[in-house]
Design a protein around this ligand. Sequence first.
Ligand SMILES: Cc1cc2nc3c(=O)[nH]c(=O)nc-3n(C[C@H](O)[C@H](O)[C@H](O)COP(=O)(O)OP(=O)(O)OC[C@H]3O[C@@H](n4cnc5c(N)ncnc54)[C@H](O)[C@@H]3O)c2cc1C
Length: 327
Amino acid sequence: MSENESVAASGRVWDVVVVGGGVAGLSAALTLARVRRSVLVIDAGEPRNAPAAAAHGFLSRDGVAPLELLRLGREEVASYGGHVESGRVAGVRREGAHLVVTTQGGGRAVARRVLVTTGLVDELPDVAGLAERWGRDVLHCPYCHGWEVRDTAVGVLATGPAAFHQALLFRQLSPDVTVFLHTGGDPTDEQWEQLAALGIDVVDGEVRALEVDDRDRLSGVRLASGRSVAVDALVVAPRFEARAGFLAELGLAVTEHPMGMGGQLTADAGGFTGVEGVWAAGNVTDLMAGVPAAAASGTQAAAAINLDLIGADARAAVAARRPGADR
Ligand SMILES: Cc1cc2nc3c(=O)[nH]c(=O)nc-3n(C[C@H](O)[C@H](O)[C@H](O)COP(=O)(O)OP(=O)(O)OC[C@H]3O[C@@H](n4cnc5c(N)ncnc54)[C@H](O)[C@@H]3O)c2cc1C
């Protein structure tokens, strides 16, 4: 069945359905709408950085509230005729030449191509009071929040080898850094030497809970021994798990990140997943991407998808001119 035959049979077929309307998905939708592709973004409205008051490092938008950035993005997409709808995609399956996207609310959209930009879930260490402070004074990224905690007392909660790397990164921002060994194992001899040379304190023992002052600010951590250590911010290393469970029917699943940071979808530089018609961009396929990188990968995937569609459109036009073709 040709793409056009199926379009006629099943009503509206979007050139592209984008699953997830964070910076990756909206950047892709903007690019696609501007080359006159019909594009529908379906978005559950929970970008990963929503707990943070501000997004930093996006040139000319530094410090913008994450949800405000997406509101502006939705407006820009709409101004070129792109559509953004609220909803949570439950599955994607192939039907003939097309992909059918279904939502938890019973919605259905038919697409020639699908772009997955659903981001990831930060799986946080299980310490009492920690999850509530995520994105406020429990942090992970020096480029996102490091400036905001410069020269304060920064704790690093070790749950794996990344902690020692994070300690060095945050030492660039504050002279007062303490590593809590917690469940992270012992530093290597080389790491001990570096921590000591940089004046980074190391505290042995498990952290049981976070302590908060009467202004709802982090004030310290309490160890299993009962000892409290004052900190103004706590750096953690979550496991990053791509939101991709709804792609099972297409045979797409997450694979382990090469450095053990979590699970992500595999895609090539243009975002192609290897499954016909399906692309991915942003954190779902690059766990380490910040806002600018996620936006850029969405734009790149949009261009790759448009190129693919242009090829399909040109082949269909040639086929339609052949003798015997139904005009
Ligand atoms: C606390 C915190 C603060 C951060 N601060 C910064 C910062 O200051 N600067 C910076 O550069 N980076 C920052 N980051 C990283 C930043 O959040 C990511 O780079 C960015 O959100 C990735 O964009 P994305 O579009 O790939 O995913 P997201 O922004 O997470 O967007 C994914 C969207 O898809 C939706 N979705 C998920 N599943 C479905 C589904 N099944 N159906 C429909 N929609 C779905 C989600 O609800 C969400 O709206 C921060 C991260 C965290 C955790």
